[in-house]
Design a protein around this ligand. Structure first.
Ligand SMILES: CCCCC/C=C/CC(=O)SCCNC(=O)CCNC(=O)[C@H](O)C(C)(C)COP(=O)(O)OP(=O)(O)OC[C@H]1O[C@@H](n2cnc3c(N)ncnc32)[C@H](O)[C@@H]1OP(=O)(O)O
Length: 360
């Protein structure tokens, strides 16, 4: 029996709800079948050899030759149904009150000790670059930390980096709706992610153990305290990547360090040392790397003994007047990025990184 348009649409929705990433090969197949089912045989010019992402997509679609639209539609539905288990659910949902240990995190290590919840970015071989899944995991961990019985929450990194920012391979994971749909999804995800930091109710501390890049730097303006090792650097290379500021930094950075210092970081991508970042107010205090962990954790354990309600209420009153503004700034930044991510400047920068032609 042939599938109906409704079956096809249901399958498209099902893809968005897949719990597990099906991998690039399957995603290319889905893309090709979707294009074939909706537009027929490949009808666009072959992309250039260095346009890796579009070239892979073109190859997959072109490889379907003259497969009839109906068959492509059927194959698409079959493929999706083979991927979807009965318990598929949206991976973008943050489950309030979820227990971190039950839930399990792939690239985070979340522990609670001495009334401090520590969220450790745990992908050291990739310099703790944040994958799409990690954005969801961090949101989940923050939600859980906001409701557990800890009084302080700490974000830190494992290995030599604090975090190298957004994982640039996130941009290669193109859904059937193409680059525009990818940009929209990313913009929604980023907005939700940053909102979790804006709204986080307990004192939030960044323990910056090494270099920090991109979004891991911009959201620092939403933390209450930032402790840094003297090995740390702070780098927001948005123009190099054809992108624009996020994490509310277009508002918090000029406020923290003045507009010209903020411009040097956010427009020209000037990398700051930990000492410079401290002098400019982005970092609370710098510690020698050799004693960093010991000094910071001793200090945090002492703070964690303070009355929790007083700390929470103090945070609330400090941040209250800014919240609405921060949400508006976040929404606007995500909106601007929506078009930046579809620009040639951005796509070329990602391809250059992935083809090993460019590093920061
Ligand atoms: C929902 C979407 C929201 C989007 C929000 C937007 C945010 C904006 C940003 O965050 S912009 C910042 C993006 N980050 C970068 O551009 C950093 C890219 N990485 C580098 O330039 C370098 O890797 C480095 C300077 C961070 C470290 O260089 P080093 O030589 O010390 O180490 P390697 O390059 O060999 O790195 C080890 C492996 O890690 C991989 N890797 C590192 N960072 C990233 C990254 N951001 N994205 C993807 N992969 C990354 C690197 O490719 C190496 O992998 P390999 O061992 O498999 O080769």
């Amino acid at each position: 029996m042939s599938v109906t348009q409704k079956d096809f649409e249901n399958a498209m929705n099902q893809v968005k709800l897949l719990k597990k990433d099906p991998g690039n090969e399957v995603k290319l197949k889905l893309y090709a079948l979707y294009k074939q089912a909706t537009e027929g045989p490949c009808n666009i010019p072959k992309p250039g050899a260095f346009d890796f992402v579009n070239k892979a997509k073109w190859d997959a679609w072109n490889g379907l030759g003259s497969l009839p639209k109906e068959t492509a539609r059927q194959n698409y539905v079959d493929l999706v149904s083979s991927l979807s288990g009965p318990s598929s659910e949206s991976s973008s949902q943050v489950k309030p009150g979820a227990d971190s240990k039950q839930e399990g995190y792939e690239n985070l290590l979340v522990t609670s000790e001495d009334r401090i919840t520590k969220i450790l970015l745990n992908r050291p071989t990739k310099k703790n670059a944040i994958t799409t899944q990690m954005y969801h995991e961090i949101m989940l961990a923050l939600k859980a930390a906001s409701q557990d019985d800890s009084v302080l929450t700490v974000l830190t990194g494992s290995g030599d980096y604090y975090c190298s920012g957004n994982d640039l391979t996130n941009f290669t994971d193109i859904p059937p709706g193409g680059v525009e749909e990818k940009a929209k999804n990313s913009s929604f995800l980023l907005r939700d992610f940053v909102n979790c930091f804006i709204d986080f109710p307990k004192p939030l501390v960044a323990v910056v153990n090494g270099p920090a890049v991109g979004i891991s730097v911009t959201i620092l303006g939403l933390f209450d305290i930032v402790y840094a090792s003297d090995r740390a650097t702070f780098h927001t290379p948005f123009s190099h990547l054809g992108q624009s500021p996020e994490g509310c930094s277009s508002y918090t950075f000029p406020k923290i360090m003045g507009s010209s210092k903020a411009a040097e970081m956010l427009i020209f991508g000037k990398k700051l040392t930990a000492g410079e970042a401290c002098a400019q107010g982005l970092v609370t205090q710098v510690f020698p790397d050799s004693t960093f962990q010991k000094e910071v954790w001793t200090r945090l354990k002492a703070y964690s003994k303070l009355p929790p309600n007083a700390m929470r209420i103090s945070k609330e009153i400090i941040r209250k007047n800014e919240k609405e503004k921060l949400h508006a700034v976040n929404a606007e930044e995500c909106n601007v990025l929506l078009s930046r991510w579809q620009s040639d400047e951005c796509m070329n920068a990602v391809v250059n990184f992935l083809s090993r032609k460019a590093k920061l």
